[in-house]
Design a protein around this ligand. Structure first.
Ligand code: E4P
Length: 216
């Protein structure tokens, strides 16, 4: 399973990249706003800065919601760097835009996916990635991981090439469950990736080894 980092914070991206396990980056307008990125040029420059750190795919979300504007915006984003993936919302015009980009070999990430029917449509349109939001489903008392399992089953049935990019990941158990249930990618905050390192028996065992090493 690939690990993407879900942030627009350059320090977090750098830290995950240095760890050597990072396969890509996802951003969204909320994450960009959180970093204080404002204005057309600043947004484009920030995506370029992310591409200069990460060696994998970088999802950059369109801000418009009508077909023509999404095509214009997505085309501009895709020209920034060969690893930019145009992130498009799961709406009717979005599906049309995904088809447009797919026919031109421009990678897309269909975002805000909350049902297997939506994921089926995204795959039919030729999306490179589909982003089911696990954590936000959990937030409304619906098991987000069930959606990952359902999409995996549907995509396997018909050999869809669209990759399941599990999004809205909140903690390390989400990552482990994504891996068990066949997500192709999990996009996670740095804290969730680093939390995978932790086990008290590792800490205890290492302390013992360090103490014994002094006796050698
Ligand atoms: C990434 O592609 C999504 O936009 C992101 O994972 C959403 O996460 P959140 O539900 O924590 O905002």
């Amino acid at each position: 399973m690939k690990f993407f980092i879900d942030t627009a914070n350059l320090h977090h991206i750098q830290e995950a990249q240095h760890l050597g396990v990072l396969d890509g980056v996802t951003t969204n307008p909320s994450l960009m706003a959180k970093e204080g990125i404002k204005g057309h040029d600043a947004i484009l420059n920030h995506y370029k800065a992310i591409c200069n750190i990460s060696t994998g795919d970088v999802s950059a979300e369109v801000l418009s919601t009508d077909y023509e504007s999404m095509i214009q915006e997505g085309t501009e984003l895709s020209k920034l760097h060969p690893r930019i993936v145009v992130k498009i919302p799961m709406i009717q015009d979005g599906i049309r835009a995904i088809r447009y980009f797919s026919e031109r070999q421009i990678k897309t990430n269909c975002t805000l996916v909350f049902s297997s029917g939506q994921a089926l449509l995204a795959a039919k349109a030729g999306a490179t990635y589909v982003s089911p939001f696990v954590g936000r489903l959990d937030d409304v008392s619906t098991n987000g991981m069930d959606l990952i399992r359902d999409i995996r089953l549907i995509y396997n049935n018909f050999h869809f090439k669209t990759q399941i990019l599990a999004a809205s990941i909140r903690h390390p158990m989400h990552i482990i469950d994504c891996a068990k249930n066949g997500a192709d990618v999990a996009t996670c905050p740095l804290s969730a990736i680093l939390a995978l390192l932790n086990h008290p028996l590792t800490d205890k065992g290492l302390a013992q080894f360090i103490a014994d090493a002094k006796k050698m």
